[in-house]
Design a protein around this ligand. Structure first.
Ligand code: BTN
Length: 343
């Protein structure tokens, strides 16, 4: 049994318990005997469980006469690891799973079953990660962070739309704090670093039919952290990037990215109408003042990105001189354009 950050009691299976003991002991070895006693199983069961952790990618060192420990400076994604770095510990209840279809999909089911605000689901890999506009989000094991946060805001659709923009700033700050990489925002909610997309955000909300108010919102964030040896599939290879060229993680960076994004986001979310994130959203924009295409289906309309308004809508001017405020959709930067100041 184990207590979550919200004090709820939860069963841990043998593998999770063993992992927790190894994480708690840090660089110190734990003997097979000691672990067997702690877990009330045989030494052989400990060994088998170590093998299955290794199969999941955990680097468990085994030394004769000493026992087991996790390789230090690793990047194991675990509940304990995330919890360790969260400042707002009482707010979030974090669960990490090895493999899910989509953290958004699974968390939406939990939401329908009454899970409370602050429930977080992170996964080592997603087999059907979802992107915006029905796209897939490539989510290979050990190379990224894929997590969703359940929200139950007392608000209407307009304010709910700000959730994604606030999350974009929160994730950009986290990326910078944890890795030192500067992340820019491509409207509406993609994060770019070194010219490539490194993070995507998908918020899925349900509304009350009568009230028109948000019943729940699942905020899903995916960040490409390290470079998969096999690269990205298909056309993603030219558009998707990673925070580092390393193939393996270090210094708990994925746990820290999740913890930092959650903490940053909470600061904005708790006072959403104040839009504390908006100035930074604008200053991180990589499209303001630039020539872009507004993409609608197969149509590509040339325009200039002028400004971002209070609702995070994008103000554009088309070539015929007309201006419009886009509240959702997709834009791309026109190649070989010079950067002008927004006006
Ligand atoms: C996009 O770039 O179009 C949005 C991508 C959102 C990906 C994240 S990963 C965690 C969560 N679960 C999903 O299935 N999608 C979001």
């Amino acid at each position: 049994m184990w207590l979550t950050t919200r004090g709820r009691v939860k069963e841990l299976n043998l593998k999770q318990q063993l992992l927790k003991h190894l994480e708690d002991s840090g660089d110190n070895y734990l003997s097979g005997n000691a672990l067997a006693k702690k877990l009330s199983v045989s030494r052989n069961a400990v060994w088998k469980t170590v093998q299955s952790l290794r199969a999941e990618g955990y680097e468990v060192l085994a030394t004769t006469n000493k026992g087991y420990r996790l390789k230090s400076c690793g990047d194991v994604l675990s509940e304990e690891g995330i919890r360790k770095y969260i400042r707002n510990a009482g707010i979030f209840s974090v669960e990490v799973r090895k493999s899910v279809t989509s953290t958004n999909t699974v968390l939406r089911e939990s939401a329908a079953n009454g899970a409370p605000e602050g429930t977080v689901l992170a996964a080592e890999e997603q087999t059907a990660g979802k992107g915006r506009q029905g796209r897939q989000f490539h989510s290979p094991a050990r190379h990224g962070v894929y997590f969703s946060l359940l929200l139950r805001p007392v608000t209407n659709a307009n304010n709910a739309a700000l959730i994604t923009s606030a999350a974009a700033v929160a994730a950009a700050r986290a990326i910078e704090d944890v890795t030192g990489v500067r992340a820019g925002i491509k409207w509406v909610n993609d994060l770019f670093a070194n010219g490539k997309k490194v993070c995507g955000i998908l918020t899925e909300a349900t509304f009350g039919m009568e009230s028109g108010q948000v019943e729940s919102a699942v905020l899903g964030i995916g960040i490409n952290v390290t470079k998969p040896a096999e690269g990205f599939p298909g056309t993603l290879e030219s558009t998707a990037g990673t925070l580092t060229d390393r193939a393996t993680g270090k210094d708990n960076e994925r746990c820290r990215l999740i913890a930092s994004t959650l903490d940053n986001f909470w600061e904005f979310y708790t006072d959403l109408p104040a839009r504390k994130f908006l100035d930074e959203y604008r200053s991180r924009s990589i499209i303001l003042g630039r020539d872009i295409y507004v993409l609608t289906g197969d149509e590509k309309k040339p325009a200039r990105a002028l400004a971002i308004d209070e609702t995070c809508g994008l103000i554009v001017r088309f070539e015929n001189g007309e201006t419009a405020v886009l509240s959702s959709g997709e834009v791309s930067i026109r190649p070989q354009t010079s950067i002008h100041n927004a006006q």
